[in-house]
Design a protein around this ligand. Structure first.
Ligand code: GLU
Length: 379
C-alpha cells in the first residue's frame, strides 16, 4: 500500500525512543530519559514574551513563505558577523525546524540514484531523507579517527552530488578541525560537490571554535548552511530553522515550502527574532550547564566500563558497549534492568553498532541517578 519511496525507511530512532520514554512516564514508571536531544531548559522568558506580543498584535496569519523580513535580515546579519558568510536576507529561508530545511535541500537537489557522502555515524534522519528524495547514501567512517581526504575521495563516484557534514556533531560530539574542513572543501571544489553543513549545534561548543565551511575559499557558492533555534534557545517545540544557500537552490526549496507547509509559524518567527537580537547571556548560561553535565557523564561512563570520547560540542555522548554486548542489546538491557532510555548507536550508521548514545540535555540530578543505576546494574 505504501509508496516504494518509503521502502526501507524506518521510524526515526530518536523520536521512537523519546515517545517510549514519554509513554512509560505517563504510566507512572520512574524512567530516566537520555534519548531525545532536546534541552530540558525552559525557553527564555524574553522569547516567550515576544510570542505573546505577536499574538496581541494579531500576527497570526501566513507570513511570506521564506519568512518575515526582520527575521531573515537578523539571520543574515548573524551569518555575516559570526560566520563570515556574505549573505543578505534574500539568501535565507526560514523553515519549520532545521529538519524541514534539510528535507527541502534533498528534494531540490537529488535525482534518482544521486549519491551523497555521509560521515558515519551521522544523525538518524540524514540517511532517511536522502533515500526519500531518491538519493543513495555513501558512508565514510569518521568515529574516533578523523576523516581524511583519501577516505573521502575513494567514496566519490560519477554519481556523487553532495557531502553532508554536521559539526558540532550528533551523535559523537566532535567538532571538525580546520584541517578536516579544508579537506572537505578541497574535495567539494575538486569534484564539484554541494556541501550540506548542518550547524544546529554551533553554539553548544566547549573546546574549539566553530567555523562555517561556507566561509572557506570558493565554498559559499556550493554550501547549504542549515541552522535553527531549537537547540541554542531551547525552542524545540517552536519549530524554527533556517537555511542560507545559493539563489537557485533557495528557489527550489521555496517551491517545496510553498507547496507543502507554506511558511513557518508566524508567532514562532517573532519569538525567534527576539532570541537572535537580544542578549545571548541565556545561551551562555545553558552552555555552561551543559559543560558541567558533560564532564560528569563522561567521567562516570568511562569509570563504569562504557568508554566514550570527550565531546567537544553538542549534548551527546557516544559510549562503547562492546564489553557488555552490542548497542541494541545494551539499550534493551538498560530499559529492562534500570529503566533508562538511550538510543542504540546502530541507528546512526554501521560505525555505531557497538555504541549507545546518551543525550545529556537532562538535569544533573538525573544524570547522577542514571549513572548510579547503570553502575549498580553492571556490578
Ligand atoms: N535531533 C535530536 C536528536 O537527535 C532530536 C530528534 C531528532 O530530530 O532526531 O535526538
Amino acid at each position: 500500500m505504501l509508496s516504494k519511496r518509503l521502502g526501507g525507511i524506518e521510524e526515526s530512532a530518536t523520536i521512537k525512543m523519546g515517545h517510549l520514554a514519554k509513554q512509560l512516564e505517563d504510566e507512572g514508571k520512574e524512567v530516566l530519559n537520555f534519548s531525545l536531544g532536546e534541552p530540558d531548559f525552559k525557553t527564555p522568558s524574553h522569547i516567550c514574551d515576544a510570542a505573546k506580543k505577536a499574538l496581541d498584535l494579531g500576527y497570526t496569519h501566513y507570513t511570506s513563505s521564506a519568512g518575515i523580513t526582520e527575521l531573515r535580515e537578523a539571520i543574515a546579519t548573524k551569518l555575516r558577523k559570526e560566520n563570515k558568510v556574505e549573505v543578505n536576507a534574500d539568501d535565507v529561508i526560514v523553515t519549520p525546524g532545521g529538519k524541514q530545511a534539510i528535507y527541502e535541500v534533498m528534494m531540490s537537489l537529488l535525482d534518482e540514484g544521486d549519491e551523497v557522502l555521509l560521515l558515519d555515524p551521522a544523525w538518524v534522519s540524514f540517511e532517511a531523507v536522502i533515500k526519500i528524495a531518491g538519493g543513495r547514501p555513501r558512508w565514510v567512517k569518521r568515529l574516533e579517527e578523523r576523516v581524511n581526504y583519501r577516505a573521502l575521495e575513494s567514496a566519490v563516484s560519477k554519481k556523487t552530488k553532495m557531502i553532508v557534514m554536521n559539526s558540532p556533531n550528533n551523535p559523537v560530539g566532535y567538532v571538525l578541525s580546520e584541517n578536516e574542513l579544508q579537506e572537505i572543501a578541497e574535495l567539494a571544489r575538486e569534484h564539484n560537490l554541494f556541501v550540506l553543513s548542518d550547524e544546529i549545534y554551533e553554539k553548544i561548543i566547549y573546546e574549539r571554535n566553530h567555523v562555517s565551511i561556507a566561509s572557506l575559499d570558493g565554498m559559499q557558492e556550493r554550501t547549504i548552511l542549515i541552522n535553527g533555534f531549537s537547540k541554542t534557545y531551547a525552542m524545540t517545540g517552536w519549530r524554527i530553522g533556517y537555511a542560507a544557500a545559493p539563489a537557485e537552490i533557495l528557489r527550489g526549496m521555496l517551491r517545496i515550502q510553498q507547496h507543502s507547509v507554506t511558511c513557518a509559524s508566524s508567532i514562532s518567527q517573532y519569538a525567534a527574532l527576539a532570541g537572535l537580537v537580544n542578549s545571548q547571556d541565556c545561551v551562555k548560561e545553558m552552555v555552561a550547564e551543559f559543560k558541567k553535565r558533560r564532564d560528569v557523564i563522561v567521567s562516570r561512563l568511562n569509570g563504569i566500563g562504557l568508554p566514550c570520547l570527550n565531546p567537544e560540542g553538542a549534548f551527546y555522548v557516544f559510549a562503547n558497549t562492546a564489553r557488555y554486548g552490542n548497542g541494541v542489546e545494551f539499550t534493551e538491557r538498560l530499559l529492562k534492568e534500570a529503566f533508562i532510555i538511550v538510543t542504540p548507536g546502530s541507528a546512526f550508521g554501521d560505525a555505531g553498532t557497538d555504541y549507545v548514545r546518551f543525550s545529556y540535555a537532562t538535569s544533573m540530578q538525573k544524570i547522577i541517578e542514571g549513572m548510579d543505576r547503570i553502575e549498580e546494574m553492571l556490578s
